[in-house]
Design a protein around this ligand. Structure first.
Ligand SMILES: Cc1ncc(C[n+]2csc(CCOP(=O)(O)OP(=O)(O)O)c2C)c(N)n1
Ligand SMILES: [Mg+2]
Length: 109
């Protein structure tokens, strides 16, 4: 952001990371500083052997974006066009200086 290159950071992580403190701290800081970041959570339904439904209080991880004033988008991670469309929108938003987006890409292990 400080270098004003128009570059965007894409951060990939599993559903297992969304209940970790660092996830929440990162989303909050990215939101307050309106950073050009796209958070992509690859939700494959399990964190190691633990079902996401049993470990996560929300139905969709993307809902957590609301707590950090950013768009949260659910896509079918197995459909290329859905992933691409959500990514293009998030890149546009980041480049316009509007800040981060959380994309939850649902798939299966
Ligand atoms: C900071 C940190 N906390 C906890 C762990 C322990 N840990 C190892 S794998 C895992 C779950 C990973 O889940 P996910 O990202 O969904 O990966 P998947 O099992 O789907 O490959 C956890 C909590 C770790 N490696 N690092
Ligand atoms: Mg997982």
């Amino acid at each position: 952001k400080m270098m004003k290159t128009g570059k965007v950071v894409v951060s990939f992580f599993g559903d297992g990371a969304n209940n970790e403190g660092a996830f929440h701290e990162a989303l909050n800081m990215a939101a307050i500083w309106k950073l050009p970041v796209i958070f992509v959570c690859e939700n494959n339904g399990y964190g190691m052997s633990t079902s996401t439904a049993r470990s996560t209080a929300v139905k969709n991880i993307a809902e957590r974006a609301a707590a950090y004033s950013m768009p949260g988008v659910v896509v079918n991670g197995n459909i290329f066009s859905e992933v691409a469309e959500a990514s293009f929108k998030a890149v546009e938003r980041a480049r316009a200086g509007e800040g981060p987006t959380l994309i939850e890409s649902k798939t299966y292990r």
